[in-house]
Design a binder for this molecule. Sequence first.
Ligand code: ADE
Length: 227
Amino acid sequence: MRIDIITVLPELLRSPFEASILKRAIEAGHIEVYLHNLRDYSDKPHKQVDDYQFGGGAGMVLMIEPIEKCIENLKSERIYDEVIFLTPDGERLQQKMANQLSMKQNIIMLCGHYKGVDQRVRDQFITKEISIGDYVLSGGELAAAVLSDAIIRLLPGVLNDETSALTDTFQDNLLAPPIYTRPANYKGWKVPEILRSGNLPAIEKWRDEQAYERTAKLRPDLLNEDH
Ligand code: ADE
């Protein structure tokens, strides 16, 4: 899989891909991630990529021309499954969407900045608009990092324990059950006896019950959702 991220702030996006699981996923060849500085596609004297909005109003708007050049340049090299725009008014990111995107080959992510992008970019080039939540970030970069992380950890071979993405919170519309590690007794706070019993079917049953109970208590909305 390959992700191309178009941004005015590539430096903001570098570090998430240079540590831990994402770094290893890249090094092992499970994923290629490329950052493209939108300013490199500007013809303007000061590499300007934004301008005032027609009709007046505060806030600068990313111009269509450098974005088109960058996207067309990428599209001339390969076919893209999705061209995603990260924006607070997009469809809210959920696990199901990350699962679906993890099965694609090539994805472009465009990070919004300032007030947003010229609507014609959205109309002409964007196939999917995604928000990571109902709050406004100063740009789409952190959202692109979140989306990339959610996708990349699902790719085959990325997580050491092959089953671990399947048992994540949300994968069955349930929150994950509680987990514990050593010591079994810390200052009198004990690990549930069942987990130390070695009785695997009983442990499995306990985990299922805990997942359900936790979900009913903390996120009852998930139990009614159709995923
Ligand atoms: N850009 C600014 N805020 C955002 C959000 N909540 N999700 C995705 N992109 C954004």
